[in-house]
Write a protein that binds this ligand. Structure first.
Ligand SMILES: *Cc1c(COP(=O)(O)O)cnc(C)c1O
Length: 397
């Protein structure tokens, strides 16, 4: 086998994983690795969770795909459960995070353009260090030069402001502005959280100016933050929310949730997806919700978070030549490093802990939400061991 026939869009390590159980991955040559990456916040319940396996196994014998020209009961069930657990009234199902953001942009434009047929309204305010996916519209919304280079022209209609800066939002609203798109906790950008009042102030501005507020919770949603949705922590609700990653527990799915007010103009023919809402994806997400919504589950996530944060803080203080500080909340954590983040990620995986880099020289820790206390202890001791050896090497230099 070789990478020769794979379009070269990822710089890959040589690791080949053959199976996964719970929080552990097993490589082709039999090495066990503790997974604090979770396929980038996707495997929310680790690998091969028995309830997901059972649910998918029984569905796979019944019906895989069914067009949205017909009713799909598991889709209606999942939508009703997401609506009952959120601010939203309706859901559009798709297959990925980028598609859920595309749907959100379309819902916001449709709402604004239907209500203002004579004005050309389309601008959405977005932030620095944002990540919303890799389609043309979402790389334009994200605005990272490294993602746009070679793919110009960018899709128009996005106005960028500094993440966390409320006055820049106010200054940049004009007659053409229709909404604000933001990650409540930035993932790829480096696990960045704004000040407590930032999202509340944004909500207030949206109310005053009649703007649509879109939260991209593709990474921080589905229990990652310790709440089902990260915005609950800030006591703010959006008009539209994008979900994907953890929602299917490893099965591809995306969802765009919206209030009736903003989604009412999305009528037959305005949007669609061949695969969106298919019975297999719906079964996976319903099974995931069975677990995540079960009594005490999110409490345990928060207990695990406290334990992990506590252990990490101690190491960060101890190895100040290696680490700078801890960022994030729940089980969406990032260690801002003094040494290159990629060096740390490489050393950690050598010692059996899988993590992933993020912007701002951060090493991201995204363990399965059902991580055990023993596994947290193992991760902390591997991080400490690696920090110790890097510190010694640096002293010798
Ligand atoms: C990963 C991610 C996306 C894109 O999701 P894909 O499934 O890769 O299209 C969008 N927004 C955020 C916040 C993400 O973390």
């Amino acid at each position: 086998m070789s990478l020769e026939n794979i379009m070269n869009t990822y710089s890959r390590t040589d690791l080949i994983f053959e199976s996964g159980h719970g929080s552990w991955l097993v490589t082709k040559d039999g090495k066990k690795i503790l997974d604090f990456n979770s396929g980038i916040a996707v495997n929310a319940l680790g690998h091969c969770h028995p309830h997901l396996v059972d649910s998918l196994q029984s569905q796979i014998k019944k019906l895989w795909h069914c067009s949205n020209l017909y009713r799909i009961e598991s889709q209606e069930l999942l939508a009703s459960r997401l609506v009952a657990s959120s601010f939203a009234d309706s859901v559009f199902f798709c297959n990925s995070g980028a598609e859920s953001v595309e749907a959100a942009i379309k819902v916001a434009r449709k709402y604004s353009q239907t209500r203002n047929p004579n004005k050309k309204k389309y601008k959405i305010i977005v932030t620095t260090n944002a990540f919303h996916g890799r389609t043309l519209a979402t790389i334009s919304a994200g605005g990272q030069e490294k993602h746009l280079e070679g793919f110009y022209p960018a899709v128009g209609g996005f106005k960028r402001v500094e993440f966390g800066n409320i006055s820049q939002i106010i200054e940049n609203i004009d007659e053409e502005t229709i909404g604000i798109l933001i990650e409540p906790i930035q993932g790829e950008g480096g696990i960045n959280q704004a000040e407590d009042t930032y999202l509340k102030d944004i909500r207030e501005i949206c109310n005053q100016r009649g703007l649509v507020l879109i939260f991209d919770e593709v990474q921080c949603g589905m229990g990652r933050s310790g709440k089902l949705f990260a915005h609950e922590k800030y006591d703010v609700v959006p008009d539209i929310m994008c979900l994907a990653k953890g929602l299917g527990g490893g099965f591809p799915i995306g969802a765009c949730l919206a209030t009736k007010k903003v989604s009412q103009y999305m009528t037959p023919g305005t949007h669609g997806s061949t695969f969106g809402g298919n019975p297999l994806a719906m079964t996976a997400a319903n099974a995931l919700l069975d677990i995540i919504l079960s009594k005490g589950f999110l409490n345990k996530v928060n207990e695990s978070s406290v334990k992990l944060i506590d252990g990490l803080q101690k190491i960060i203080i101890k190895y100040q030549s290696v680490f700078l500080k801890l960022k994030g909340q729940g089980l969406m954590l990032g260690i801002k490093c003094r040494v290159p983040n990629s060096l740390l990620v490489d050393r950690l995986v050598e010692k059996g802990l899988l993590t992933v880099v993020a912007g701002d020289n951060v090493v991201r820790l995204l363990p399965p939400l059902n991580i055990s206390n023993e596994e947290i202890d193992i991760a902390i001791s591997i991080i400490e061991h690696v920090a110790h050896s890097i510190e010694i090497e640096n002293v010798r230099k």
